[in-house]
Design a protein around this ligand. Structure first.
Ligand code: NI
Length: 182
């Protein structure tokens, strides 16, 4: 396969990751802050805890598989952040770490250190993992009597995957911030 074609496939894969993170952050922003403590079952994780878990898992896999792109791990996997704005910032940062790790290892032609037959599988694993928890979050809200209706969910989730030439405003959260200096 020609190198140019490889590059365009990589960009498409990275775009899929950006869209997946946008959808996750859009879901977070669609949930009233007072409902972040909702749980599907007694003793299970809260909605806020699930978002924290997603962030943590991203960073653990980056640290294990491409440590040159590792960022500081939160002290606790399920430590729920109460401020959705802060959670959104963290999710954008960990999305950026995954993106950098996958791009870095693909472009360097290097394998991941511990898992995966190809660096792109890290990204696809995270998309699968986060879709799994996305459904759990929506179900928890539904069971608590606060469903996100389809009119709200459609444009901020499925449409982000499918639409061609998404408008810049809708992609804004898709672009993780540039890596911070810290
Ligand atoms: Ni999980």
């Amino acid at each position: 396969m020609a190198a140019a074609s490889d590059q365009s496939l990589l960009e498409a894969v990275l775009d899929s990751w950006d869209r997946s993170n946008t959808i996750l952050v859009n879901l977070l922003r669609a949930i009233p802050p007072e409902r972040l403590e909702t749980k599907a079952i007694e003793g299970g994780p809260s909605v806020a805890g699930l978002f924290a878990h997603i962030h943590y898992v991203r960073l653990v896999f980056v640290s294990e598989d491409a440590p040159e792109f590792a960022r500081e791990l939160p002290p606790q996997e399920w430590a729920a952040e109460r401020d959705p704005g802060r959670t959104a910032t963290l999710l954008n940062e960990s999305a950026s770490a995954v993106r950098d790790a996958v791009r870095g290892r693909v472009e360097a032609g290097r394998e991941m250190n511990l898992h995966y037959d190809h660096p792109i599988l890290l990204l696809q694993h995270m998309i699968w993992h986060e879709g799994y928890h996305h459904g759990q979050i929506k179900l928890a809200l539904k069971l608590a009597g606060h469903p996100i209706d389809n009119q709200t969910a459609g444009p901020i989730t499925w449409r982000v995957w499918m639409q061609k030439n998404p408008k810049a405003s809708e992609l804004k959260t898709a672009k993780p911030p540039e890596k911070s200096a810290s």
